[in-house]
Design a protein. Structure first.
Length: 517
């Protein structure tokens, strides 16, 4: 179903596509984490706790040797980086371009990073020695490669117990290779697909991406780089449990050309900065504002060489809105899935099964729900952006608003977009609380009259006045009634016109008057 944003700019938009963009997956050998588990693992191999250091150093050296062998076999460089920089991806791409690597291993980087590692603990009072985890620097290996299916990616391996693994993939890379395999033409710019010949097929592929059993794929990568995985499995520690550490769900609005996007993009960014409140951002992400919420919502704006970017941060999750050539991208990034719910089958004390909405975990089995949550958040954001009225057309719309009109033989009075009274009504109608479920008479009454009525008669007068205002808004096609209910929704035209009226009174007119003075 198209959003009102797509309907409004349909003549300038080629299409929209929602997909997983950047995804980081972590693998943990959970069998090592319970208290005493690692000591038992050492005992299975006849290793005493006093021999811990020599044992783990030998294991670490085995992992490093395996990595060097993989690099030598592929004829690729094995490089130590003295500083753990954020530019490893860029450096790996430069090496791939320099050496003409189209598929296979690009290089292996080794670098020191802080991570939870197993270490010996000494208890002076008891005189005992135990094994536990603590933060310390240890060597990490980055295997950069161009996979036949996934494209450019990396596999990071911790060279010290518990041998945590991290895998980075990019959904746009994956989709481009899927389209190549099927002979579907497309136009690409950096990490964005500007046009796709068969958009319907691309959407179907993206939906299949989130339903795939990726654990098997990640297990295959882990077996290739970690020679100690077989030992861990053999002694009952199990394999890797995969979790989604970070996931970006992007909705790309593909415009016909850069000029079509450039004509409206500045107005879209200005509106997103000025109009979207903290409550709006929470509702975009499916959260209801409440006093129990502890945290802050931060919005920041940044200019980049490629364009502009706005980020709305809600704790550890955020919404981004930016342009990339002729693509306008709305992107939901999920770092903490527990802010959202997932429907699961739960057993009660009697063993009966029930479906219940519970906090979403990071397990890769929930990737489909990540996609669903992100897509809905992006669509809400696009719906809100549909309110933006380009300045040239705003004059025409405001002129229509200032004139009365006849609806079904009855005259509908005009609005005055400069008056404080009408603007308070517009602001109440556009409040973010109505974005999900719509509004009723009582909702609008509560916004316009914050105080409690003193008498039942006054309450009745308020209700009657709001009913007349709703009828007036409907007469100007700013509100529409939901069939079979007492709910009303702001129409696409209402979002554009009311938003433009508020901007005119609160921003444009005062700015112009101040400059003239």
């Amino acid at each position: 179903m198209e959003t009102s944003f797509e309907q409004r700019y349909g003549d300038r938009i080629v299409g929209t596509l929602t997909m997983i963009d950047r995804m980081i997956v972590n693998g943990y050998v959970l069998g090592l984490f319970p208290p005493g588990a690692f000591s038992r693992f050492l005992g299975y191999q006849g290793v005493r706790v006093e021999e811990f250091s020599r044992y783990v150093q030998r294991a670490s050296e085995t992992v490093r040797t395996r990595a060097k062998q993989i690099a030598e076999k592929s004829g690729r460089p094995f490089t130590y980086l003295a500083h753990a920089t954020k530019g490893k991806d860029k450096l790996a791409k430069q090496i791939a371009e320099r050496d003409g690597i189209k598929e296979g291993l690009i290089c292996v980087f080794s670098t020191l990073e802080m991570r939870n590692c197993f270490a010996v603990w000494r208890y002076p009072r008891e005189g005992n020695i135990g094994v536990g985890r603590r933060m310390r620097k240890c060597l990490h290996l980055y295997f950069y490669l161009i996979d036949r299916e996934l494209g450019f990616m990396y596999v990071r391996l911790q060279t010290w117990f518990p041998f945590e693994v991290q895998i980075y993939v990019n959904g746009h890379e994956w989709l481009a290779r899927q389209l190549d395999r099927r002979g579907v033409a497309y136009e690409r710019y950096d990490n964005a697909l500007l046009q796709i010949e068969d958009l319907k097929l691309a959407r179907k592929l993206c939906e299949g991406f989130v339903r795939r059993k990726w654990s098997r794929v990640w297990d295959a990568f882990a077996r290739r780089v970690n020679p100690w995985l077989k030992v861990l499995v053999r002694h009952g520690m199990g394999g890797y449990y995969w979790v989604t550490d970070q996931c970006e769900i992007a909705t790309d609005v593909m415009w016909r050309d850069r000029a079509s996007l450039a004509a409206v993009v500045d107005d879209l960014f200005d509106h997103a900065i000025r109009a979207f409140s903290a409550d709006d951002v929470m509702r975009f992400l499916g959260r209801e504002p409440s006093r129990r919420f502890k945290g802050e919502v931060v919005t920041d704006h940044k200019r980049r060489p490629e364009g502009r970017r706005i980020k709305h941060r809600l704790r550890r999750n955020w919404l981004k809105f930016y342009d990339k050539y002729s693509v306008l991208r709305i992107e939901t990034t999920i770092n903490n899935p527990r802010e959202f719910k997932v429907l699961k089958v739960i057993k009660d004390r009697r063993g009966r099964k029930h479906r219940r909405w519970v906090e979403m975990g990071k397990g890769v089995a929930n990737l489909w729900r990540y996609f669903q949550v992100g897509e809905r958040a992006n669509r809400r954001y696009l719906q809100a952006l549909a309110q933006v009225q380009p300045r040239r057309q705003a004059i025409v719309e405001l002129d229509r608003l200032c004139h009365g009109r006849m609806v079904s033989g009855r005259r509908c009075a005009r609005f005055n977009p400069v008056s404080a009274r009408d603007c308070e009504l517009f602001k109440a109608v556009l409040h973010g609380a109505h974005a999900i479920n719509g509004l009723r008479n009582r909702d609008l009454t509560a916004r316009l009259y914050p105080t409690t009525p003193r008498t039942p008669a006054e309450a009745g007068r308020r209700c009657a006045r709001v009913s007349r205002l709703i009828a007036k808004l409907r007469g100007h096609a700013l509100l529409a009634k939901v069939p079979g209910s007492r709910l009303y929704r702001v129409t696409p035209r209402g979002q554009r016109v009311l938003s433009a009226a508020l901007r005119f009174r609160n921003l444009d007119f005062p700015t112009a008057l101040a400059e003239a003075a």
